[in-house]
Write a protein that binds this ligand. Structure first.
Ligand code: 5GP
Length: 202
């Protein structure tokens, strides 16, 4: 059985990365898709864990070879999801979180069978600004750019299957966990197991 791709988008400062990391630590059959980016690593980020950090020429070469399922330019940097890496995870029967922006989510719509779309919102844009400042890893200019984009991204929230407002981290995590558990329990995804145990009755 193939795993479920969870597409998670959020404006900057909504706490998406923290929530996704918690989910991956919680579910033994859930993995994080590691994107490729031309952005420089932030302090503490590790190549191959947070992202694959590559240069423009390497990114171009991957684009040319058709290696990306989707890729996007965000705040002047490039980000992409490897087709091959994703396929490998799903074929192992594992589910996967793709933390990608709204453009990426749009471009995988229809391409990724069974994908579930989750949008994380901060309680307000002011709260996002505070979180980005507290994180202290982006310049004032970078934060300004991210907040401006956030206002545009929020317009696309209604296209997602689920919306989680991250006012309180524990509560938001409970909601994300519930979404993942409910999706795994959908009858269409459970039929393999049901047939195994109860095939004679079906
Ligand atoms: P950051 O630079 O803060 O790590 O990420 C900036 C934005 O890029 C976030 O919205 C993040 O979800 C998005 N992003 C990260 N990886 C990918 C990717 O592979 N594809 C797309 N489309 N967006 C990505």
């Amino acid at each position: 059985m193939s795993g479920i791709p969870f597409i998670v988008s959020a404006p900057s400062g909504a706490g998406k990365t923290t929530l996704c990391k918690k989910a991956v630590a919680f579910f033994s059959d859930l993995r994080q898709s590691i994107s490729y980016t031309t952005r420089k690593p932030r302090e503490g980020e590790i190549n191959g864990v947070d992202y694959w950090f590559i240069d423009n020429a390497a990114f171009d070469s991957m684009v040319k070879k058709g290696e990306f399922l989707e890729h996007a330019d965000i705040y002047g940097k490039r980000y992409g999801t490897s087709r091959k890496d994703l396929k490998k995870i799903l074929e192992e029967g594992l589910s996967v979180i793709l933390e990608i922006d709204v453009q990426g989510a749009e471009s995988v719509r229809g391409k990724l069978k069974g994908a579930v779309y989750v949008f994380i919102l901060p309680p307000s844009l002011e709260a996002s600004e505070e979180r980005l400042k507290e994180r202290g890893k982006d310049s004032a200019e970078e934060i300004r750019k991210r907040l401006k984009t956030a206002a545009e991204e929020i317009k696309l929230a209604p296209k997602y299957d689920y919306i989680i407002i991250n006012e309180d981290l524990d509560e938001a995590f409970e909601k994300l966990k519930s979404v993942i558990i409910a999706e795994k329990s959908k009858s269409k995804r459970m039929m393999g197991r049901v047939k195994e145990g109860f095939g004679e009755y079906l």
